[in-house]
Design a protein around this ligand. Structure first.
Ligand code: SAM
Length: 285
């Protein structure tokens, strides 16, 4: 990468993840890219200046935030078309994840400009990785609505959700959000609250939502990720055979794998489901 325009090729848009608290969480590759590009588009240039000063990065910064996304995006696109390399960063974590960036990335693809991700921290993945809730499948829902009625509507479908669901939440709304989770999903639903990831006061709370309501009833500070565990999947015993039939019809998996999956999904023992698979085979012979 050489600095300067007019090289007869398009530049590249680098989508660069930056620390979510601890400044040491910048990858060496991210650091090199931030030093080498012609321009860094950042959500808040004053905020990014702290990171730049810490690492001695001298690349020019320009602002790119929610309210200038469309107009500023055009200028960045123009710079890229002229051959300048641009890095996109947000205040913290991975751009375009509950942060500006998606629109610019889409515009670059439409214009045939190469886009490259420089992966690194994201609060949702960091929280999931340490919370100890199931991670094989998960859903990320961004921020919950701020008002109770809308929030409860958003939470209601989780009554039967088989995946862990991850939300970003503001500290002053956490207690109310947990009360709504409790009202919609019951006292016993497993939750995790991850606060101040990678910072001095990092905290992980794990427990039922009733316990969480008690734990977070006072004033809460800092940045928060709220995770809601899957709804318990229970099936009446007589329908395990139906489940096996359905998986066989809907997947290409061999029966031994189907047995494993059905046991996992419904929280049954492998031997119990295996017995049902033998009964199914006998029934069909
Ligand atoms: N793009 C960012 C990412 O990849 O993580 C997320 C940006 S979003 C505007 C900011 C929200 O992310 C915060 O309100 C909080 O919910 C969550 N968050 C960011 N940093 C965090 C941290 N250090 N600890 C816990 N949550 C954090």
């Amino acid at each position: 990468m050489t600095k300067g325009a007019g090289r007869g090729r398009c530049g590249t848009l680098y989508v660069v993840a930056t620390p979510i608290g601890n400044l040491e969480d910048l990858t060496p590759r991210a650091l090199r890219i931030l030093r080498e590009v012609d321009l860094v588009a950042s959500e808040d240039t004053r905020h990014s200046r702290k990171l730049f000063n810490h690492y001695g990065i001298e690349t020019p910064l320009t602002s790119y935030f929610q309210h200038n996304e469309a107009a500023k995006g055009e200028r960045l696109l123009h710079a890229l078309q002229e051959g300048r390399d641009v890095a996109l960063i947000s205040d913290a974590g991975t751009p375009a994840i509950s942060d500006p960036g998606c629109l610019l990335v889409q515009r670059c693809h439409e214009a045939g400009i190469p886009v490259s991700a420089i992966p690194g921290p994201s609060a949702l993945i960091a929280a999931l990785s340490m919370a100890g809730l199931p991670t094989e499948r998960f859903a990320f829902e961004g921020f919950l609505p701020a008002k109770t009625h809308a929030r409860r509507q958003a939470l209601r479908p989780l009554q039967s959700e088989p995946r862990t669901t991850v939300f970003y939440e503001a500290p002053h709304r956490l207690a109310a959000a947990l009360q709504d989770v409790r009202a919609e999903l019951g006292d016993e639903r497993s939750v995790a609250v991850v606060r101040e990831l990678t910072k001095i006061h990092e905290e992980l709370f794990r427990g039922t939502v009733a316990q969480a309501c008690e734990h977070f009833s006072g004033k809460v500070r800092g940045e928060i990720v709220l995770l809601i565990g899957p709804a318990e999947q229970t099936v009446p015993e007589e329908s395990v055979r139906d489940a096996l039939r359905r998986w066989r019809a809907e997947t290409d998996l061999p029966m031994r794998e189907i047995v494993k999956q059905v046991a996992k999904v419904y929280g049954l023992s492998g031997s119990e489901v295996y017995k049902e698979s033998l009964a199914l085979r006998d029934e069909e012979e």
